[in-house]
Ligand binder design. Sequence first.
Ligand SMILES: [Zn+2]
Length: 264
Amino acid sequence: MNSPFHRAGAPAKFDRGTFDLESASTSLGPPPDALSTAPSSRRSFLQTIAGGTVAGLASAAGLEILKPRPVLAQSTLTPDAALRELMEGNRRFAAGRLTAYEQDLAVLRQHTIEKQEPFAAVLSCADSRVPVELVFDQSINHIFVTRIAGNIATSEIIASLEYGAAVLGPKVILVMGHGGCGAVKATMQGKTVPGQISALYPHIQLAVNQAGSDLDAAIKANAKIQAALLRDSSTVISALVKESKLKVVAAYYDIATGIVTSLE
Ligand SMILES: [Zn+2]
């Protein structure tokens, strides 16, 4: 198998950097020894071949790019460990200590052509201030992401997450509301809006009923309600949860601090 998570004979834990070096050395650049003994050379090498533009943007934004860190193989992760991996990634993001861009994106793309094996799924709002992979310091093949205004569990979103859960095997689904969510605010205000925007309202109304005029409370209530909906109304997801193969967790993203907190 070609995925970095499922190389034949690969140990349960391995270093993303090691994978990058082994793969890169066959076709793209200097031998592993040269790279592993010269971190700064390797860094510039990877930035050049894999993400010069992105890395440049990250640097421009004041984000520090660090050495790769160990990651667990998807097949051996527990739901709690998968959640921990997400939260640790978020702590790196919030601290401006990103590592995901150290990975060789070209190699990751090559090794995930046949299949994807995300260790986590996230249901988040479409809001442009919530860039999911960045928020959790993850890269290609790591997170199965569904996004919709208000992070609501519509039939189509449930179908997408059921596909993810049943076929791709993520160990955790994080339902993430965020500060200043316009969809929750609009539902709260209940104003007449053009087009089909108000189609979002019924999905969010229960949270607004629970929270009254407190926007932040409504956003958090909404994340919990949508998470419960996934757990209870999806036969696919609820079965995996009962078998302890999957965990569904509501969370809140603070757009000011960059910090994600679990609501459960
Ligand atoms: Zn939103």
